[in-house]
Design a protein around this ligand. Structure first.
Ligand SMILES: [Fe+2]
Length: 200
């Protein structure tokens, strides 16, 4: 089935790109995601408004082999993916409608895996994602887009594509995008139960 092949190919390409960061957490999550088998047909497909931003974000990615492979796999997989966006009423409406994420491998993922969440996260330009925290350890890889990031109460700072942002459990963090969409690889491990998630 084309959808199984597309999702598996995207998961492997995303894991290969994530691992290239050299971060220990990325290696662990990538190994788990690549080794997992099977697509849960119950996940189905779902489109979100922010999906329209994928092509532009992919086109703006710094070019190298692993990034190119990820971009090709992502665009090919879009119609087969379940994209969600948070409807948490504590979040600004512009954020709720201006982001989308897909969980490729994880407890709620296309590929069912315990103990992690790994996927793709997209945020539209000019969106503020207010400070929040959760019990899971988190690693982002910035595939495309320059945004301002905050951890704890430090000043916001621009993080460039090709870099990572690591959040230990419960660390408050926030971000605000500028003129470009932000395309991220996103990983959680540890206590991945989303019920710990809090807007601060
Ligand atoms: Fe987070």
């Amino acid at each position: 089935m084309a959808n199984v092949q597309a999702i598996k190919a995207l998961t492997v390409a995303a894991a290969d790109l994530f691992e290239e960061t050299g971060h220990a957490m990325a290696s662990s999550i990538s190994d788990t995601a690549r080794a997992a088998a099977g697509i849960d047909p119950a996940i189905g497909t779902r489109r979100a408004a922010a999906c329209d931003l994928v092509a532009g974000a992919v086109a703006a990615m710094p070019r190298h082999a692993k990034a190119d492979a990820f971009g090709v796999a992502l665009e090919a997989a879009i119609p087969h993916l379940a994209w969600f966006n948070s409807t948490n009423p504590d979040l600004p409406e512009r954020y709720r409608s201006g982001h989308a994420f897909v969980e490729l491998a994880g407890v709620n993922g296309h590929i069912s895996v315990p103990d992690i969440r790994f996927g793709v996260f997209l945020i539209a330009p000019k969106v503020f994602y207010p400070p929040h925290s959760h019990a899971a350890e988190e690693l982002f890889y910035i595939a495309s887009g320059r945004a301002e990031w905050q951890q704890d109460s430090a000043p916001y700072e621009v993080r460039a594509p090709g870099t990572t942002v690591h959040n230990v459990p419960w660390r408050p963090h926030a971000m605000r995008t500028g003129a470009e969409p932000l395309l991220l690889l996103w990983g959680w491990r540890g206590d991945v139960d989303g019920r710990s998630y809090r807007i601060l």
